[in-house]
Design a protein around this ligand. Structure first.
Ligand code: F6R
Ligand code: ZN
Length: 196
């Protein structure tokens, strides 16, 4: 592991860091029950297990004091009316924050805390988004052709809790009912009072 300061450059136009230690790919099959339209999901999956998003990570020791950073690239597309999105997660160490810097594309970050408060912020090039400690986050690409590319940085000991979101969902969804992106309530969301 590098013990001296280091730099890396972004290779345009595909937006990839010149230094990548870990490349994660997530396809449709890893998003079971996450999209609202289960039938559209099943039909799409039957045709092809397509690539939804990729993460390029700069590896560092996952200990307090270190920072993890990298690039998240959500490809364009929809499952039914719902735009392609990341799984979304709380950090295992709940009291850890994250910063996202949008490099390319258009989209939203959907966020919520364990009390059920929610926030949705638009992502567009050169916008910085601060996700405070305790807020789960999911990025959504609303572009019709273009990738949504962000650079992220967060405490290396944060960890990822995907299970909570898999069960309760996010309170808000971003869908296209024919007039472009619309933020709507998720009818399958489990409110705090309905959770076990
Ligand atoms: C790290 C973080 C991002 C996401 C990435 C993919 O804490 O928020 O690096 O990991 O955007 O999203 P998930 O992890 O939800 O599949
Ligand atoms: Zn995170």
């Amino acid at each position: 592991m590098e013990r001296f300061p280091f730099v890396f450059d972004i290779c345009y136009p595909e937006i990839k860091p010149s230094r990548v230690d870990n490349h994660i790919t997530r396809t449709l099959s890893s998003m079971q029950n996450q999209f609202l339209d289960l039938q559209a999901f099943d039909e799409m999956l039957l045709a092809e297990d397509i690539l939804l998003y990729e993460v390029y990570e700069i590896k560092r020791p996952e200990i307090e004091g270190e920072l993890l950073s990298g690039f998240s690239i959500v490809h364009p597309g929809k499952v039914g009316k719902e735009y392609f999105m990341t799984k979304g997660h709380f950090h295992t160490v709940l009291e850890t924050a994250e910063i996202y810097f949008c490099l390319k594309g258009q989209g939203y970050m959907v966020m919520e805390n364990p009390e059920g408060d929610c926030a949705v912020e638009e992502l567009k090039p050169n916008r910085v988004l601060y996700v405070p400690p305790r807020w789960a986050h999911r990025s959504i690409n609303t572009g019709s052709q273009e990738d949504l590319a962000t650079f992220f940085v967060y405490p290396a000991n944060a960890g990822h809790n995907y299970g909570t979101i898999e069960v309760q969902g996010f309170r808000k969804l971003v869908v296209d009912n024919g007039n472009g992106p619309e933020i709507v309530d998720n009818p399958r969301w489990l409110a705090p009072g309905a959770r076990k």
